[in-house]
Write a protein that binds this ligand. Structure first.
Ligand SMILES: C[S@@+](CC[C@H](N)C(=O)[O-])C[C@H]1O[C@@H](n2cnc3c(N)ncnc32)[C@H](O)[C@@H]1O
Length: 227
């Protein structure tokens, strides 16, 4: 049995290999799902690429929520932030959205390979994979240019809260819907929700008990309040 220490979302978690199913599944070289009537197999590489190369529970719950059909995806212009393996963007595309799937530069090759491997040819035209580091180079993305912004497990690094909020404000028009699937691990995670509520109307639209994941829906407020 190997005893190691891994950093899970910036919290150092003591980890005995294969003893905690919730963590050991991150070590698998792939994760399989069936969403939108398609069998999906996402490659994972925790050891090489860390958090961006494994499928987090929040992504699974977001896909479950998208499948419920409460948000219209057909022909919707969507963007996914912090996409990691790209599961959410892939499922959104399979459900009819045109999706810009984004993450930081080091994650992009792995992300692109997963998107390519999991989308049938006729859906490939519906997606673009591109670099978006929150708060940086936002002018490369159309201001108020998306109907839907998706993010799964992207609220976990306090240093990114302000740039993440700036990014949401840049991408959203008054009618854009933001969906965030969140694991609330620490009190600081709720600080982001408090900041978000200064600029967006936020409501909890789903809670998945088994995985302890909340889905929040946010829409831009007409008047900005100071952070
Ligand atoms: C916990 S992972 C979630 C990945 C995926 N959404 C999922 O749920 O499986 C967080 C993701 O946010 C991305 N990320 C972290 N900081 C970022 C930043 N400043 N700008 C853009 N993406 C960032 C990471 O690269 C990673 O893919």
């Amino acid at each position: 049995m190997t005893h190691v220490a891994i950093i899970v979302n910036m919290a150092l978690v003591p980890y005995v290999e294969n003893s905690l199913p919730a963590l050991s599944k991150l070590q698998n070289s792939s994760a399989q799902f069936r969403f939108a009537n398609h069998d999906l197999r996402l490659a994972q590489d925790w050891k090489k690429l860390g958090v961006a190369a494994v499928v987090w529970d929040a992504a699974i719950v977001m896909c479950m929520y998208l499948e419920m059909g409460k948000v219209d995806l057909n022909g919707t212009l969507a963007i996914e932030l912090g996409a990691g393996t790209g599961l959410v963007g892939i499922v959104a595309a399979l459900l009819g959205a045109k999706v810009t799937i984004t993450d930081r530069e080091p994650a992009l090759d792995f992300l692109s390979a997963n998107v390519k491997a999991n989308l049938p040819t006729d859906y490939q035209r519906s997606v673009v994979v591109s670099e978006l580091t929150w708060g940086k180079g936002l002018e490369r993305y159309p201001s108020s240019g998306f109907d839907l912004v998706l993010g799964a497990d992207i609220v976990y690094l306090e240093d990114t809260f302000v740039p993440l909020l700036q990014t949401l404000e840049h991408l959203c028009s008054d009618t854009t819907v933001v969906l965030l699937a969140c694991k609330i691990r620490y009190e600081r995670d709720t600080n982001f929700l408090s900041m978000l509520k200064l600029r967006f109307k936020v409501e909890e639209v789903y809670y998945e008990k088994q995985r302890d994941i909340y889905v929040y829906k946010a829409c831009k407020l007409p008047h900005r309040r100071d952070l």
